[in-house]
Design a protein around this ligand. Sequence first.
Ligand code: ZN
Length: 144
Amino acid sequence: METLKIRVLPDAILRQKCKKIEKVTPEIKQLFEVMVETMVLNHGIGLAAPQVGIDQQLIVVCIEPLIYKLADPVIIKSQGSQVGEEGCLSVPGESVEVDRCDDIIVRGLNENNQLVEIKARSLLARVFQHEIDHLQGKLIVDYK
Ligand code: ZN
């Protein structure tokens, strides 16, 4: 399957605020698949659209055996905290300690355009927060 090139700093797209999707079309569904392939090929556990040059609010997250594909993701509930080291495919060679919420609920549209809510804790919660940051143009280096 087709994969996309990972954009790295200082590529300006990584700093853009991404546009809402509103509706997951067949084209977006296909794009989710390409994003998953790209993430897997690069050994990532999450990927946001701006990392492949697309300024739209799309993320994919893969913590085996679960794969999530979400458009317009919003954190609607968060509690607790966790501190841990994070890397990013778009910031090669860097590792930054980031303070995140430990327990969250994310709402968004899945690949079938259904509004879903996902409960996430621990590493999964961390990855969602990292990818949602990307949609606002925020990167791990901002937490230094
Ligand atoms: Zn990242």
